[in-house]
Design a protein around this ligand. Structure first.
Ligand code: FES
Length: 360
């Protein structure tokens, strides 16, 4: 709200982890989806790259949950930050947020961080492809480009179950009405009853993509959504010989798919039929498993606790020391090269290859 003591940005501090975030606004976006806006008590401003995330500590009954969310807000509007939360089936943290968080609640949070931003990949033309709540980093980048006040060519493709599930639909359409360089296409799986839908139907396919973006082979592609969706997108691109150097993805639903620093997906897949074992040396426990299990999952199944948050290789919470053996680790920036060189792994995104011993 307007204030007499309003200070311009250069008279304020910018937010660091040390300051709590206060929820100042909650906006409904779609069925089961809300945007939570945050400020700090001293009006700090927020410095980050569009597409980055924060990790937030949720005081749920019985335990504190750490959950990682992409910021849907844009750093071009730095007075507040926002996350847009959709509860996936079985989710604890997101459902708790949707059910309980009120304006005025305060939270510890960490970040912002992450590599998934087009500032790391300057290009003439972009193609954003998202599904479900994977739209949030794309929205952050699109809002930034809108505010940038210069022409940038973006094709924005989004997949949702029904038209009513399309998050940010009205805002995207309004931006596209004002920006001749922003082209949006939605694809839905089911109609809403009694509502006409004239867009694409079905699953995003090799036939559909060229209709949405005829020049998609020339575009820098950013993709975010459930793991199977991104696998389908990669399959489409592989099948047409797309140069995957220009493909970047972020996965917030499954821990085992890839985004390397160059965001080239690592499609090496551990063999489900191959037997493996994890030895938890400090606990004196040995657990047989498959190569496709993660060290974190094996620990949980064995009744051992490795602290974890994002569970997809971003936040670094689950870092443990490997004492011997090999893992196949596909992380998302949550561990440094130095840590890897000194024998550390992220348990949430490391698959044991044969017998592996960890210091847990
Ligand atoms: S839990 Fe975040 S990197 Fe493993």
């Amino acid at each position: 709200m307007p204030r007499k003591d309003f200070k311009p940005l250069d008279a304020r501090r910018f937010w660091t982890d040390a300051q709590e975030l206060e929820c100042t606004m909650i906006l409904p976006e779609a069925p089961g989806v809300k945007t939570f806006c945050f400020k700090t008590t001293d009006d700090s401003w927020f410095k980050y790259f569009p597409g980055q995330f924060i990790t937030i500590e949720l005081p749920t009954p019985g335990e504190k949950l750490l959950r990682t969310y992409t910021l849907s807000s844009s750093p071009s509007r730095p007075l507040s930050i926002a996350i847009t939360v959709k509860a996936q089936r079985g989710s604890l943290g997101s459902q708790w947020m949707l059910d309980h968080v009120q304006v005025g609640d305060r939270f510890r949070a960490y970040g912002p961080g992450g590599l998934f931003t087009f500032h790391n990949h300057p290009a003439e033309k972009y193609l954003f492809i998202s599904a479900g709540s994977g739209i949030t980093p794309m929205m952050s980048m699109t809002r930034w480009l809108y505010d940038d006040g210069a022409h940038t060519d973006i094709t924005f493709v989004h997949a949702a179950r029904r038209p009513s599930d399309i998050i940010f639909r009205a805002e995207l359409e309004r931006m596209a009405q004002r920006l001749p360089d922003l082209h949006i296409s939605f694809v839905i799986e089911e109609d809403d009853p009694y509502v006409a839908w004239t867009g694409y139907r079905g699953r995003l396919s090799q036939l559909m993509l060229p209709l949405m973006a005829p020049d998609y082979l020339e575009r820098e592609i950013f993709c975010c959504g459930p793991a199977p969706f991104m696998q389908e997108v990669r399959d489409i691109l592989h099948s047409v010989g797309f140069d995957m150097e220009h493909y970047h993805e972020e996965n917030f639903l499954a821990p085992v798919l890839a985004e390397s620093e160059r965001e080239e997906p690592d499609d090496v897949i551990p063999d489900e039929d191959s037997r493996a074992a994890v030895i938890f040396a400090a606990s004196g426990v040995e657990a047989a498993c498959r190569e496709t299990d993660t060290v974190l999952a094996v620990a949980k199944a064995a009744g051992l606790n490795i602290p974890s948050a994002c569970q997809f290789g971003v936040c670094g919470t689950c870092k443990v020391r490997k004492l011997s053996g090999e893992v196949h680790m596909v992380h998302n920036g949550g561990i440094s090269d130095d840590d890897i060189a000194s024998g550390h792994i992220l348990a949430c995104c490391s698959n044991p290859i044969g017998r592996v011993e960890v210091d847990v």
